[in-house]
Ligand binder design. Structure first.
Ligand SMILES: [Zn+2]
Length: 218
């Protein structure tokens, strides 16, 4: 194992690949086995910090932590947990912009494993397919629940929607606060990060302006 810890890499938020870097055997073990193992590893971290796990308040923490990691915070690592993105034929012939505002983002930064929280605003212009609105929220939730980098999260949502809807005309805006910026390092409580990715008709500035004007009206 590499002992050296490069703090600079974490603080520069380097993005190496659009795909989440996963081991080839990432899902060979069942969730229950992962929870058992992580429970042991996290006990060791707590003990290393000097905490007494015999204390009533602490004794259940390693299990709670392990379960939270596997089943909640990082459920989106496992492709088996991906929501079914059923689409419907665009029977009413709606060809203009559809915007889903203020979708909650609950994610974690992959460099510090601290929360990233904020909102996603997503627009698309349908051709022959439309999607159930809550499916967009579920897709954001799924990709958020991985160790993430905000730029990658933005691109993963965009690429998936473009493929699912069979159109390039999708725009994804994320605005989020990173706890690793507000609670450690520079400790800036007020700054937030916006990422914007788009394709198709949104390459046209007039189309993008229409989208952003709708966001500011809300
Ligand atoms: Zn971070």
């Amino acid at each position: 194992m590499k002992k050296y810890t490069d703090e600079k890499i974490g603080d520069n938020h380097i993005l190496t690949t659009i795909e989440t870097p996963l081991l080839s055997n990432a899902f060979d073990k069942a969730d229950e086995e992962k929870i058992e193992n992580i429970q042991v590893y996290f006990s060791k971290i707590m003990e290393e910090l000097g905490l007494d796990l015999k204390d009533e308040s602490l004794s259940g923490t390693p299990y709670r932590f392990a379960k939270m990691y596997v089943k909640e915070l990082f459920y989106g690592l496992n492709p088996n947990n991906k929501p079914k993105l059923s689409t419907f034929p665009n029977k009413y012939g709606y060809r203009k912009m559809l915007i889903e505002h203020d979708i909650t983002i609950d994610s974690s930064c992959e460099h510090h494993f601290l929360p990233i929280t904020g909102h996603a605003h997503i627009g698309y212009i349908p051709n022959e397919k439309v999607i159930g609105l809550s499916k967009i929220n579920r897709l954001v939730d799924y990709y958020s629940h991985r160790p993430q980098v905000q730029e990658r999260l933005c691109l993963q949502i965009l690429n998936d929607l473009q493929e699912t809807l069979n159109t390039q005309s999708v725009i994804v805006v994320l605005n989020a606060k990173h706890l690793c910026v507000s609670s450690r390092g520079i400790k800036d409580k007020d700054s937030s990060t916006t990422t914007i990715e788009y394709g198709g008709d949104f390459m046209d500035i007039a189309c993008r302006n229409e989208f952003f004007q709708n966001l500011s009206k809300k």
